[in-house]
Design a protein around this ligand. Structure first.
Ligand code: BEZ
Ligand code: FE
Length: 306
């Protein structure tokens, strides 16, 4: 007969899982149990605190819909998404643009547009052109690479937050030309507060955090044979550039808006130039997305994860 106490419970739980046939599942679950138990012992977790945690996670789940992913928001605000991105980047076998958060506002079915098109349907805000190349690790252009872009408007709102989700704005997919070049028009976004009307917002307020993200534009870059890159470009000068609530900013992703760039494809507009670098796919590399279109997550969960 086992004598269960606050120490032996860990081995008892690990023992019951020890026959898990999938070795990766076994590794992840046993490590999770060890760390969860150590956490409870470290803080001497009380029953009412345990129940508060259960209530919190229940309300996080209840807040999730086809258009809202509160669990991703929780992961983001705990620094977990940025950590998984950093681990993912460490596995790249060649130089590549650094990852940054996919966030809860990505949609996989944004419209494909011709190079040079304007993604800002409503057109409010400072017009800018974003241009550059998608290159491989040796700096050679990658033709026909997919460049997906999504961003908030000049008041910090994404289309998903503002309007009927069947209508899309400030997002699109472009393909690079034969030399790997891309360019598009948009408006400069502003920084914004992450969605604060759910349990994650309650947590942020309880921690006296400001809840802001600095102004940024999201990108998902991919091409056959290359490891895809989920990233974002951050506009220099934003007051929250060093205190992003979700830890997405890294130096190499900070860009300037240039007001006098004769090399820009539309030289009369302010411009942002950025070359995205893709590493070749290696070994068992998987998708680089720490996140997904919220509607796909809900669909997959309803299908039992299959
Ligand atoms: C975003 O950049 O879209 C985002 C990322 C994490 C939390 C909230 C928003
Ligand atoms: Fe964002």
């Amino acid at each position: 007969m086992l004598a269960i106490d606050e120490m032996s419970i860990t081995d008892a739980a690990l023992d019951q899982m020890s026959a898990t046939p999938n070795p990766r599942l076994q590794e992840i679950m046993s490590s999770l149990v060890r760390h969860l138990h150590a956490f409870a012992r470290e803080v001497d977790l009380k029953p009412e605190e345990w129940l508060e945690g259960i209530r919190f996670l229940t309300s996080v789940g209840q807040k999730c819909t086809e258009f809202r992913q509160e669990f991703i928001l929780l992961s983001d605000t705990l620094g977990m998404s940025a950590l998984v991105n950093a681990l993912h980047d460490k596995r790249a076998t060649a130089d590549t643009t650094k990852s940054s958060l996919l966030g809860p506002f990505y949609r996989q079915d944004s419209p494909t547009l011709p190079l040079g098109a304007n993604i800002a349907g409503k057109g409010k805000g400072m017009q800018v052109v974003i241009y550059g190349r998608v290159v491989d690790s040796a700096g050679r252009g990658v033709p026909n690479a997919s460049v997906e872009i999504w961003q908030p408007d000049d008041e910090g709102w994404y289309d998903l937050q503002l309007q009927d989700p069947s209508q899309m704005d400030l997002r699109g997919r472009f393909y690079t030309d034969s030399e790997g070049r891309y360019y598009l028009r948009t408006i400069a976004p502003t920084g914004y507060m992450i969605p604060m009307d759910g349990p994650v917002g309650d947590m942020i307020r309880a921690q006296k955090r400001h809840g802001f993200r600095p102004a940024h534009i999201h990108f998902l870059i991919g091409a056959p044979g290359y490891r895809e890159v989920v990233t974002a470009l951050y506009l220099s000068g934003d007051e929250h550039i060093d205190s992003d609530t979700v830890f997405g900013v890294t130096e190499s992703l900070v860009v300037n808006v240039n007001h006098n760039d004769p090399a820009a494809p539309l030289p009369n507009l302010p411009s942002i130039k950025f070359d995205f670098q893709l590493a070749a796919l290696a070994g068992d590399a998987m998708l680089g997305r720490v996140g997904a279109d919220p509607s796909q997550i809900v669909k997959k969960a309803a299908d039992g994860g299959h």
